[in-house]
Structures are given as structure tokens and as C-alpha cells.
Design a protein around this ligand. Structure first.
Ligand code: CO
Length: 435
């Protein structure tokens, strides 16, 4: 690993650790953007934008768009855009979650997205998310919460009680998953909202918080990401899909010049289909682009259409590396290797938005910047995943490319990437923004 990789991996590890939920990811992005001089915009306020300045705007607290207006003519040069997602598959706490049985306090959980469930057992879990509460004056407020310490665990059933566990263990997501949080005295019951209110008042100093009304809370693994391998070849951690792309997109946007308009969108709800006010299938990106155009007095639809026609979107989301224990799961000509650079994702049925034109653009960009490139096509006898790429292309009509770093164990509680690939991706994305 060179110095560039070391530095970017260090930043990425800190970013992932500080971002257990999409809300925290947006908060981490906002902190970095503010440090870099980007100005916060509210959707509810009037926008007055300057050329050569960076701005950001968030929606629902879990999606964010950051952009540099650049010094060029937007209808002539368009926006160079990078898209990623803030959410990861996980277990969310149900609204009436308490299960009190055998003097254990447990929580009912809902499965968010395509979770690989097996690795969630026997991990040290914490809780983070957003709390919505009422204060003593009757006002509604909300805050982010992160217990940081391990407060829950989902114990496996011992193999002695399930002799077939290694051959055919199916997981019943309703009954097997409720984690244990506490042990109660005989007859006493554990109440989550009481515990949360106590935390708000005592730990977050929200002394006028009176009642927790609702929340969006998730379980996460407290083990920080780490470099692994005899020579630190690998990076393991939760939420590499897709906080790796969010972080690299952020660093690349900050490092980019102000020649043309450049933009990073990190959306929530990708793992559940992107249909929401804050998701990529909602109107967030279109609304922001429209307002930027109008702020620079490109008010007629012709100018906006020209801007979109000149724009290009890189949808950046992790790819599947060929797994040495399961090589039969890949087309043998399209098995990306960890540490061999970003992967261009191609699908004839438009599950990925890459065209030969956008693919050629990226290959040229990488060649010019000494970044190795790989290609992925799913086997014809298997189904294909998707990304926000086809969604954005379909909604805006913008030319789009699907790329991402190769990984193993996607949607596990602990995923794995190559330790060189974040730096390769950063070089490519910065060059794209600067082009
Ligand atoms: Co993803």
C-alpha cells in the first residue's frame, strides 16, 4: 500500500465508524463539507449561489447533495456527477419492540434490505439512529443517538441443540433474530422508550425532553473496520456497501478544481428500491439541479435540457469480486479481483446504466491516470443486482456509468474490500470532476 492508500483507508475507517446509520453518514459528510468551506443550503429557503463555490443540501436527514458550481457555463459543460447511497442492509427496531420472557429483555427487529443474516449472530451490537421526542413545552424535537458501546447480542443456538445447523439451517427472521439487551428482576419488564428518554436527559443533556414519541433505530456491529492480511492487503468492516463510495466521492469532490460544475449525491433507501422522498427515485436531484440552473438565471427549459444533456453521472456502488472458494458464481471472463481497480458494471437488460459510450469514457479516464480497470457481467444463469444508476438515468435522461470497487461478502455485517481500491477509485473520480 502506498501513502495515498494508507491515508484514504484511515479516513474511510473513521468515516464508517462515525456513520452507523444514514443519518450519521449525512452528519459525517456535512462536517467534512463544512470544514472544506462548503455552504449549507436549506430546501425551504431562497438560494443565492455564487460561481466557484461549494454548497450542500440534505433531505430527511439521510440523503445529501453536495456540489461545486464551478466557473464554467452550466448549459455548455453540464455537471459531472457521482452518486452513491448512505443506507446499508441492517436490523431496525420495531415500534413496539419489547419482548420480556424468561427474565430477558429483548427487542423485536425488522429486516431492512437484503441482509445476509447468518453473520449477525454472536456479534457485539450497539444501537444508533434518530429519536423524535416531545419537550416539556409541547414542542417536537429530534436528535441523533449512538450508544457506541455493545448493548445487544443475538446468540446462536448451540450445535448440540441443532445437529443439522451446518447442513441446513434456515433462519426464521421473525423468531430467531430478537437480540438480548438485558436481564430483568422477576416480574419487572424492560421498556425501551423509558431507557431512551433516560439517555436523552442524562447523556445528551436534553433536560426538557419529556416523552419519546417515535424513532428510527438500527443495530450495528461495534467492531471497527480494520486492515487485514499478511501485508494489509484487505479492508474489512460493516457498511463498505456503500459508505466506501460515499467517502471516496466526498474526498474526490473536495479535492476537485472549480473548472466545471461537479456534484455528489448520497441517497438513502437504495437497499429497498429508492422509492421515497429522499431516495434516488424521488425528485431530490432533479429539484436541486433545477434550482441551481435557476439561481444562475438559466430559467428557460431549453437551457436546463442542454445542461442535462452535457452532464454525466457515475453511479458508484460496490461490485462482486470473484470469490476463490466459489468461482462458479462468476462468468470466468468477468471475475473482478480485489486490489485490481474499479469495476465497470455492464448489463444488457439495463440493471446497470453503463453504455459503451460511458464505458469508453471511463476506460480512457483511467488509462490517462494510471488506474487499472476491470469489467463485470453477471452469469446468464443468475439474476443481476442493480444500483441508483438506471434510476437516475431513467428519471433525468442523463448519460450514466455504473462502477464500483470489487468486494466480498456484500450485505454481510462485515464486508471485505481490497486496501488499494479506494485510492484507485479516488484518483479516477477526482480526474472525472477535473476533466
Ligand atoms: Co450498494
Amino acid at each position: 500500500m502506498n501513502n495515498n492508500s494508507l491515508e484514504i483507508n484511515k479516513g474511510l475507517i473513521n468515516f464508517i465508524q462515525a456513520s452507523p446509520t444514514p443519518y450519521h453518514a449525512v452528519k459525517s459528510l456535512v462536517c467534512a463539507l463544512e470544514d472544506a468551506g462548503f455552504i449549507c443550503l436549506e430546501e425551504s429557503s431562497e438560494w443565492k449561489l455564487e460561481p466557484g463555490q461549494g454548497y450542500f443540501v440534505s433531505r430527511s436527514g439521510s440523503s445529501i447533495i453536495a456540489f461545486k458550481t464551478g466557473n464554467g457555463d452550466l448549459p455548455v459543460h453540464g455537471f459531472r456527477m457521482v452518486g452513491a447511497h448512505t443506507d446499508s442492509p441492517c436490523l431496525k427496531i420495531k415500534p413496539e419492540p419489547e419482548i420480556n420472557q424468561y427474565q430477558y429483555g429483548q427487542l423485536g427487529v425488522e429486516v431492512y434490505g437484503g441482509v445476509l443474516l447468518n453473520p449477525w449472530f454472536d456479534r457485539d451490537l450497539s444501537i444508533a439512529g434518530r429519536i423524535d421526542y416531545r419537550d416539556t413545552k409541547g414542542n417536537l424535537g429530534n436528535c441523533l443517538i449512538n450508544f457506541e458501546k455493545a448493548v445487544a447480542v443475538i446468540p446462536s443456538l448451540a450445535i448440540h441443540l441443532d445437529r443439522d445447523a451446518n447442513d441446513k439451517r434456515a433462519i426464521n427472521a421473525q423468531t430467531y433474530l430478537p437480540p438480548l439487551l438485558t436481564q430483568t428482576d422477576d416480574g419487572a419488564t424492560f421498556k425501551l422508550k423509558d431507557m431512551l428518554l433516560d439517555y436523552l436527559v442524562k447523556e445528551l443533556d436534553l433536560e426538557d425532553a419529556e416523552k419519546v414519541l417515535a424513532y428510527d433505530l438500527r443495530l450495528y456491529d461495534v467492531q471497527p473496520p480494520s486492515l487485514v492480511g499478511l501485508n494489509d492487503e484487505f479492508l474489512t468492516g460493516a457498511r463498505l456497501d456503500n459508505l466506501l463510495s460515499c467517502y471516496v466521492g466526498l474526498e474526490s469532490l473536495i479535492a476537485s478544481n472549480d473548472k466545471h460544475g461537479s456534484l455528489l449525491i448520497c441517497s438513502d433507501h437504495e437497499e429497498v428500491g429508492s422509492v421515497s422522498a429522499a431516495g434516488a427515485k424521488g425528485p431530490f436531484l432533479e429539484a436541486v439541479l433545477e434550482r441551481v440552473a435557476e439561481a444562475f438565471s438559466y430559467t428557460n427549459s431549453e437551457a436546463k435540457r442542454r445542461m442535462l444533456d452535457k452532464s454525466l453521472m457515475f453511479s458508484v456502488d460496490n461490485a462482486h469480486g470473484i470469490h476463490p472458494n466459489f468461482p462458479e458464481k462468476h462468468d470466468d471472463k468477468h471475475g473482478p479481483l480485489l486490489n485490481h481497480g474499479p469495476v465497470i458494471k455492464i448489463n444488457a437488460n439495463q440493471r446497470y446504466a453503463t453504455s459503451s459510450e460511458t464505458s469508453a469514457f471511463f476506460r480512457q479516464l483511467c488509462e490517462d491516470n494510471n488506474v487499472p480497470v476491470q469489467a463485470f457481467v453477471v452469469r446468464n444463469d443468475m439474476g443481476c443486482g442493480s444500483t441508483i444508476g438506471p434510476i437516475v438515468a431513467g428519471e433525468l435522461g442523463v448519460k450514466t456509468l455504473d462502477i464500483g470497487v470489487p468486494t466480498f461478502a456484500m450485505h454481510s455485517i462485515r464486508e471485505m474490500a481490497g486496501s488499494k481500491d479506494a485510492a484507485y477509485l479516488a484518483t479516477a473520480l477526482t480526474a472525472f470532476f477535473n476533466r
